[in-house]
Design a protein around this ligand. Structure first.
Ligand code: SF4
Length: 96
């Protein structure tokens, strides 16, 4: 039997220069990477794409130091992404 996992929503992303951002994140799922919890899905582009709806989820997260990270998956209820030390950083990151 396949277990359905509820992935955290990207509740808000203010990185308007990203190709997936047009009134919110339109990627199906994003990956949060190392550094300053940067969004590895960020794509600096004027071309806009992704799904029809802004319903992105966190598919994977490499920040094992975050209190919401268990087994390389995010267990926060939702996250926000905004410019930080990188062009697009997870603002919900909390050091464990
Ligand atoms: S809240 Fe923590 S675990 Fe979730 S995506 Fe952000 S950095 Fe990763």
């Amino acid at each position: 039997m396949t277990q359905m996992l509820e992935m955290p929503r990207v509740q808000d992303c203010s990185v308007t220069g990203c190709g997936y951002n047009h009134d919110g994140c339109h990627a199906f799922a994003i990956t949060i990477g190392l550094g300053n919890s940067q969004c590895d899905t960020f794509f600096d582009s004027a071309d806009k794409g992704g799904l029809d709806t802004a319903s992105a989820q966190v598919g994977a997260c490499k920040r094992t130091e975050c209190r919401h990270n268990e087994g390389l998956e995010c267990h926060a209820s939702a996250i926000t992404v905004a410019p930080g030390l990188d062009a697009a950083d997870c603002q919900t990151f909390t050091m464990a």
